[in-house]
Design a protein around this ligand. Structure first.
Ligand code: ADP
Ligand code: MG
Length: 253
């Protein structure tokens, strides 16, 4: 796949929840194989943006284009689109009454109508890759947060999405479990997965991102390589954000 192929594009997205614009004209192109990390102050609309990208929120204006096709025009088959745009949330959202393996194969079998045995074999392979094959018959309550999140990633991967959206997937985890989840995402990046990642883990952002997109006030304020963004941010807003971040980290110690 050419690096130049635009896989997913947001064009001038405007979104509000009734009062004031949360997203005030956000445009973003994600190329095939590209990893973009979206950062910005709490409440600036990062989650909203990701949710708009796969139809979990309706936008007021703008366009979302997937594989060259505007999916915001007319009747979009969102369940179908969501098979192409996978999403992993902070809260895992595994079904508590279902085993790990059943959580994973539910979508492919029920929604995509794929063969159960084939999907199960694939799920086992993916579980092995994230180090959880011995947990395939466990229930979510028997897993740590980091393990649950890795299952949630496998559940997204098995649908073979074209792009993966990650919304602060380590934010609810105990510190010792953050690494195991970020390592899985780093590995996906090295395999060429196209990803849009929201995270507050700045070291991880530096390591994984091809491009950092900083949003504030409902707009894209900066879009640059991690090197440029972290070493020489162009705007005061980005500088302030990065400073606050460092300060917050220091004062926690
Ligand atoms: P971030 O993920 O960057 O922290 P969010 O996208 O969650 O920000 O929220 C952006 C803004 O939209 C916030 O002011 C938040 O309070 C508001 N918001 C988010 N979801 C809703 C909702 N469902 N209804 C009303 N306001 C919302
Ligand atoms: Mg959020």
């Amino acid at each position: 796949m050419s690096e130049q192929t635009v896989l997913l594009e947001a064009k001038d997205i405007v979104k509000d929840y009734g009062e004031g614009h949360v997203l005030d004209g956000i445009s973003l192109k994600i190329h095939a194989g590209e990893v973009i990390v979206l950062i910005g102050p709490s409440g600036c609309g990062k989650s909203t943006f990701l949710r708009c990208m796969n139809g979990l929120e309706q936008i007021q204006s703008g366009q979302i284009i997937l594989d060259g096709e505007a999916i915001t025009e007319g009747k979009t088959d969102w369940p179908k689109v969501r098979q192409k745009i996978g999403m992993v949330f902070q809260s895992y959202d595994l079904f508590p009454h279902m085993s790990v393996i059943d959580n994973i194969i539910l979508g492919p079998v029920k929604v995509q109508g794929r063969d159960k045995r084939e999907v199960t074999a694939e799920a086992e392979k993916l579980l092995a890759r994230v180090g959880l094959i011995d947990k395939k018959d466990a229930f979510p309550r028997q897993l740590s947060g980091g393990q649950k999140q890795r299952v949630a990633i496998v559940r997204a991967l098995i649908l073979k999405p074209e792009i993966l959206l990650f919304d602060e997937v380590t934010a609810a985890l105990d510190p010792e479990m953050v690494r195991e989840v970020l390592d899985v995402i780093l590995e996906l990046a090295s395999e060429g997965y196209t990803m849009l990642i929201v995270t507050h883990e700045m070291q991880f952002a530096k390591a994984v991102a091809d491009r950092i997109v900083f949003i504030d006030g409902g707009k894209v304020v900066e879009s640059d390589t991690p090197e440029n963004f972290f070493n020489q941010p162009k705007t005061d807003r980005a500088r302030r954000f990065l400073n606050t971040f460092i300060y917050a980290k220091d004062t926690k110690k």
